[in-house]
Design a protein. Structure first.
Ligand SMILES: [Zn+2]
Length: 451
């Protein structure tokens, strides 16, 4: 949807980089990549070993077409290096003494957390990346920014907090405070911007309602900045958030592995997120063959980050699914390309049910069309050698009588979007389904093995 938002005099955080020509972006990327490869080859035993094994020398990299000569790295390889050289592995390109902070991945069940270190300089860069995103969505010194974030070992919004200080905004951290206290703090302090995961922003709105607070009327919030979950770009989720808060929401996405965000939504809201192309090379490839995928086609993100000195990330396979489109898809004047619809899910998220591909994010987009659905869960099970998929829905208080109509609509829409695969549909008791603050896990796989 083309935006009618005008370009403001202070539209860009870094006007020179955000509007540079595509040729200049490529030139900058090649120069940075060359330096990064040389640095990693000398300083990081992990990269040196892998370059040698692949028969690759940094001087072989001359243009972006040479990217494919560089061996791609995976999370599993990083993990193996951590196990072989505990606790931090040999990816490090600087001594541990230069590090000032440790963060870990949120630790998916059964997986060892990934340990990431940063120096003071790395933290300055991490904040700078977030500044692009927050500035692009309109955060200025007059803003009061509330972080509904736990400030623990998960890196999450840590960098965004520093970015807001750097932007000159007033920051309210809320640590481990309970949800109702957070709601009151947002209202009492006149917060203008709220940052949280999409799931938690909805939770805040629900608790506000229970407290008799109408956020549209009683709060000064005029911007919501989301991160941490792909649903921040799902239209039905955004509409629900915007209706409850009376404020537009902007999505961002980052990763613990790079320490910050690599994509952000500008206030023109083009239905996609701009890639910080002056600090990252983002490639989109076919996950099976690693062949580049053209504009408009779905593929796996492969990222090279230039900012983190201690952990050089070179052609890192993210398993994130994206569709890249040219910068002309947005009217803001930035020359950075976009990922249409943000992060579309994970390569590994795909589940095959009786021969049909099912992506949880696509199911969420359909379920969230129904405003009476408060929470939901997708359950995969095996019954008599047949895979079953069931969506359990919890409705808003007092809306239970609408279930037959919602069930009928979901039955139709889910089948239509999935080659006529029939989904089981169940009404869950109020409060029966788990609520999440971070990294919602709404899919439960009860099958003992996967096809
Ligand atoms: Zn834009």
């Amino acid at each position: 949807m083309p935006s009618k938002t005008k370009i403001a005099p202070d539209e860009y955080w870094n006007p020179r980089h955000e509007t540079m020509s595509r040729a200049d972006i490529a030139g900058l990327q090649v120069a940075k990549m060359r330096r990064q490869l040389e640095w990693a080859n000398v300083r990081s035993p992990f990269h040196k070993r892998r370059f040698r094994k692949a028969g690759f020398r940094p001087e072989q990299f001359r243009t972006l077409a040479d990217l494919r000569r560089i061996p791609a790295m995976t999370r599993e390889e990083w993990m193996e290096a951590q196990v072989a050289h505990p606790p931090y592995g040999d990816l490090l390109a600087a001594p541990v003494e230069t590090a000032v902070r440790l963060h870990t991945t949120s630790g998916t069940t059964g997986r060892m957390p990934l340990r990431a270190l940063d120096s003071m300089r790395d933290w300055e860069w991490i904040a700078e990346m977030w500044c692009h995103g927050f500035h692009a969505f309109g955060v200025r010194p007059k803003d009061t920014v509330f972080f509904a974030f736990s400030y623990a070992s998960f890196i999450g919004f840590w960098g965004a907090h520093y970015a807001c200080e750097k932007l000159g905004a007033l920051v309210i951290p809320s640590g481990s405070l309970p949800t109702d206290t957070r709601v009151k703090l947002i209202v009492e302090n006149g917060a203008t911007t709220v940052c949280a995961t999409p799931t938690y922003v909805l939770r805040l709105a629900q608790v506000a309602k229970d407290l008799g607070i109408d956020l549209r009327r009683d709060s000064k919030v005029d911007k919501i900045i989301l991160s941490g979950e792909p649903s921040g770009s799902v239209p039905a989720v955004r509409e629900k958030i915007e209706e409850l808060w009376g404020a537009p929401c902007g999505d961002t996405a980052g990763m613990t592995e790079i320490g910050t965000i690599m994509i952000f939504e500008c206030r023109h809201r083009p239905g996609g997120l701009h890639i910080l192309e002056d600090h990252f090379i983002e490639e989109v490839v076919d996950p099976e063959t690693m062949a580049p995928v053209p504009y408009g086609k779905r593929g796996e993100r492969v990222v090279t980050s230039f900012g983190r000195g201690i952990l050089p990330l070179i052609r890192y396979r993210t398993r994130d699914l994206v569709v890249r489109v040219p910068s002309s898809a947005c009217t803001c004047g930035r020359t950075f390309d976009l990922y249409e619809g943000g992060i579309l899910g994970r390569v590994d998220d795909m589940h095959k049910i009786r021969g049909t591909n099912v992506y949880p994010r696509a199911v969420e987009a359909i379920v969230r069309e129904h405003r009476d659905v408060d929470e939901f869960q997708i359950v995969l099970s095996r019954e008599k050698d047949r895979d079953e998929i069931t969506v359990r829905c919890e409705l808003l208080k007092g809306r239970e009588m609408r279930w037959p109509a919602i069930k009928k609509a979901l039955d139709h829409d889910l089948a239509e979007a999935h080659e006529n695969l029939r989904f089981g549909l169940e009404l869950a008791e109020p409060g029966a389904l788990p609520r999440f603050e971070l990294k919602a896990k709404r899919l439960v796989d009860k099958r003992d093995y996967r096809p």
